[in-house]
Write a protein that binds this ligand. Sequence first.
Ligand SMILES: [Zn+2]
Length: 83
Amino acid sequence: MKAPTVISMIGDLIDARHTMNAHCRGCGRTSTVDLEALPRRLGLDFVYVRARIPFSCAVCGSKEVSITIGGGHGFSGGQGERR
Ligand SMILES: [Zn+2]
């Protein structure tokens, strides 16, 4: 069981070394989002859980893109690495 961790801002995701994947519902393609590049567009305190990140698919141009958060080495159960 994973401990609940409140991460709501892009800066939190980067700090926790999470990854973000964008899945296009139009063509089914999944690609990894460059989290380091997002703050330049949206700001580190962009609250991604409340807003829709304006992604569009690079392949088919669809705006029906869903975001999946994965990875994260800092919050994997409490006894992991600490900084
Ligand atoms: Zn697509």
